[in-house]
Ligand binder design. Structure first.
Ligand code: PMV
Length: 350
């Protein structure tokens, strides 16, 4: 007998932090040691598209990413499924005529249009899309804030991809993580001419996972204490102000310095972790040269847990910034210039 299949789809964008999340105070719930702030990239360029379906005929939960079966037995994915099913059960308890979707197997199908796990925040878009597609399937009345609390348990940075534009993530103070959620700093429309150039220095899977890197940093870096107690709180306030006032020079200064602070903490661990390579450092020098030539700060670099550079600039400086990078580094060994593309940053989430 043919069983009904229920289905819902969504897109979630990649976000790139300008004040980095680095360090967990609770590894099970992904509770961070500091707040963070990111810019959401355009869904036309970098995004995860996910379809969630459920049916009585699905005997178990499954997930495919770009056509390949994924292991979903990990605690992170299980936590997301569990939280969403719990919310669905409360809907079913209130409306007894509602179909018992919470008891059915889930089939999740995801597609990324960018290299997975190359330090391009694939897990952020991935878990945000997974959580929202299931929330849509279950017709949950949840707000983006509540969904961010769930997506955070999949991957910390994913909570910020539930919001478009400029998104923050409060570290929170509760042990159960109830106040460790994302929030909107400003919508994309507030500062729509922000652009990001992604320079793929290597599309290989990263060496040290963010989870392992954070654990090692928290355990062994002496610099890290200063970062979470003093440096980041000050920079979070200054970054929110820079975004609200659309002060690009301040935004850029804070972005590059915070990226350097994060990578300095990684180098300060035992043994040291190096995510950036010679190509990454060439991008840093190139940014400095462009700013020196311009006589003002018109571009900013930032690096996540991998060697790829993300360069932020304003649309008015597209030719100067993106043009210079493409002209000078396009042929350099180690750059895959065809994958480095300028994307519209600060996209609204539907
Ligand atoms: O969300 P995770 O566990 O993949 O960690 C992301 C860490 C950084 O990308 C380096 C910083 C950030 O805030 O996104």
């Amino acid at each position: 007998e043919q069983q009904d299949i229920h289905r819902a789809s969504t897109f979630a964008p990649v976000n790139i932090a300008v004040i980095k999340y680095w360090g967990k105070r609770d590894t099970k719930l992904n509770l961070p040691t500091n707040s963070s702030l990111s810019v959401t990239l355009s869904q036309d360029d970098l995004r995860t598209h996910t379809t969630a379906s459920c049916s009585l005929s699905f005997t178990k939960d499954t997930l495919t990413l770009n056509g390949e079966d994924q292991d979903i037995s990990g605690a992170r994915t299980q936590a997301c499924f569990k939280e969403l099913r719990k919310l669905r059960r409360s809907v079913e308890a209130e409306d007894t005529s509602a179909a018992k979707l919470s008891a059915m197997g889930l089939r999740i199908v995801s597609e990324n249009n960018f290299p997975t796990a190359a330090g391009l925040a694939s897990s952020a878009a991935g878990f945000a899309a997974l959580v929202r597609s299931i929330a849509n399937l279950y017709a949950l009345p949840s707000t983006p804030t509540e969904l961010s609390r769930i997506a955070r348990q999949g991957s910390g940075s994913a909570c910020r991809s539930l919001f478009g534009g400029y998104a923050g993530w409060h570290q929170g103070s509760q042990n159960d993580g109830s106040d460790s959620v994302a929030y909107e700093v400003a919508p994309a429309s507030h500062w729509p001419d922000m652009r990001a150039l992604i320079l793929v220095a290597s599309a290989e899977k990263k060496g040290v996972s963010s989870t392992a890197g954070m654990q090692q940093t928290v355990a062994t870096s002496a610099l890290f204490q200063r970062r979470v107690e003093v440096i980041v709180p000050e920079r979070m306030a200054a970054m929110e102000k820079a975004v609200k006032e659309k002060d690009f020079a301040a935004f850029a200064q804070l972005t590059t310095r915070d990226s350097n602070s994060f990578h300095a903490c990684c180098a300060d661990t035992d043994p040291p972790i190096f995510y950036m390579n010679d190509t990454s450092r060439a991008a840093v020098r190139m940014c400095e040269a462009i700013n020196a030539q311009a006589g003002s700060t018109i571009c900013a670099y930032t690096f996540d847990a991998g060697p790829n550079a993300v360069i932020y600039y304003l649309a008015a400086n597209e030719a100067t910034v993106a043009g210079t990078f493409k002209a000078l580094l396009g042929t350099k060994t180690g750059w895959e210039s065809e994958k480095g593309k300028a994307v519209e940053a600060a996209q609204e989430v539907p």
